[in-house]
Design a protein around this ligand. Structure first.
Ligand SMILES: NC(=O)c1ccc[n+]([C@@H]2O[C@H](COP(=O)([O-])OP(=O)(O)OC[C@H]3O[C@@H](n4cnc5c(N)ncnc54)[C@H](O)[C@@H]3O)[C@@H](O)[C@H]2O)c1
Length: 323
């Protein structure tokens, strides 16, 4: 139960302190750091005003989306990639989707498409799917791309999934400085540029940003500095944005492990690849899409922001000894 802590009210109040107690959890507004609020135990702070006024839908964000929720998903070109699967799953749930990529939409073979429950690019419904061509590492292009998506949606954006990435993990045959800069520019800067561009169009309290990181943010093999640093950077971006945008937009990160996006489908995998995973199988794009659908849905995940969700079949929790 929430109780107003009045034990030493007058002295605290006169010295500009206001206390609210919930058992051992104390919410304090500190006038010493007027505009900086932190959340946690004892020494942490949140405004009373923030508690009394739940976030309202801003009248400034026009909503002519026909009542549909709208999502921008990046990195949708490849037919068996995580991005394309996200498109299908969000369409299935009734979203309007703008898919963004530096490359045009590719088709896949029917056999593998059936395997992954994916239909060809030409069958994506034109009234609910719109492709936007853009390089996410170019802030100017991103502004134009978001403008195009917003106009097509009808005014607002509820979900942004920063999925596009330079996915080459091991950079042993390139100029390492150039590769590092380009990887950070796409994987980390791109996510930031997009988030900044969509924010003015996100209805407060109804919106969600999901950054697709990687378990490589947590663990490495040799020569993966650029990719690992970019994915770890996304985790920092996630918690920073979650606090900056508190009450407006929830921001979370998904950290996939090994997700099979090989065009050969199941044929690309060996039995030992599956057995390596505590759950007994390699991941599929749908595993990531399910987590994103959950995080995008205010009703199911409205109490979750700033978090990292590892979706890896348990691999990062497995103890490994020398052979
Ligand atoms: N597949 C996995 O095992 C795995 C594991 C961990 C994390 N991830 C992450 O999941 C996401 C999707 O991975 P995937 O395996 O489906 O990869 P993918 O290569 O199929 O998809 C990446 C997409 O991003 C696009 N892209 C790259 N640079 C871009 C740019 N500058 N501007 C716009 N688009 C650009 C590519 O054209 C491509 O369509 C990535 O962020 C990846 O790092 C994947």
């Amino acid at each position: 139960m929430l109780k107003l802590g009045v034990s030493s009210w007058s002295s605290k109040y006169s010295s500009s302190w206001l206390l609210l107690r919930k058992e051992s959890l104390v919410l304090i507004k500190s006038f010493r750091c007027k505009h900086r609020y932190h959340w946690g135990k004892q020494q942490n702070y949140i405004t009373v005003a923030q508690m009394e006024k739940p976030p309202q839908k801003s009248p400034e964000v026009p909503d002519n989306n026909g009542g549909l929720r709208c999502a921008i998903i990046t990195g949708v070109s490849k037919p068996y990639g995580i991005g394309r699967c996200l498109v299908h799953k969000f369409l299935e749930q009734g979203y309007k989707v703008a898919g963004l990529d530096i490359k045009s939409l590719e088709n896949g073979t029917m056999e593998v498409q059936r395997d992954l429950q994916i239909t060809s690019a030409s069958k994506l419904p034109p009234d609910r799917f719109h492709f936007v061509h853009a390089d996410i590492s170019d802030p100017g292009k991103i502004k134009l791309a978001v403008k195009e998506a917003v106009e097509w949606f009808g005014g607002c954006i509820h979900v942004l999934i920063n999925n596009a990435a330079r996915t080459k993990t091991i950079l042993d045959d390139e100029d390492p400085m150039k590769a590092f800069a380009e990887t950070i520019a796409a994987n980390l800067n791109g996510a930031y540029y997009l988030s900044e561009a969509v924010l003015p169009c996100m209805p407060p309290g109804l919106s969600s940003i999901i950054n697709i990181s990687s378990t490589r943010a947590l663990q490495s093999e040799p020569n993966t500095a650029a990719y690992s640093a970019s994915k770890a950077g996304l985790c920092g971006l996630t918690h920073s944005q979650a606090i900056t945008l508190a009450g407006r937009v929830r921001v979370n990160a998904v950290l996939p492990g090994w997700i099979n996006t090989d065009p050969a489908g199941e044929a690309a995998l060996r039995d030992e690849d599956h057995r390596w995973h505590p759950v007994g199988r390699v991941g599929i794009p749908q595993d990531i899409a399910e987590m994103c659908l959950f995080l995008a849905d205010e009703k199911r995940s409205g109490f979750i922001t700033g978090q990292e969700f590892v979706v890896d079949g348990g691999v990062t929790k497995k103890m490994v000894y020398p052979e």
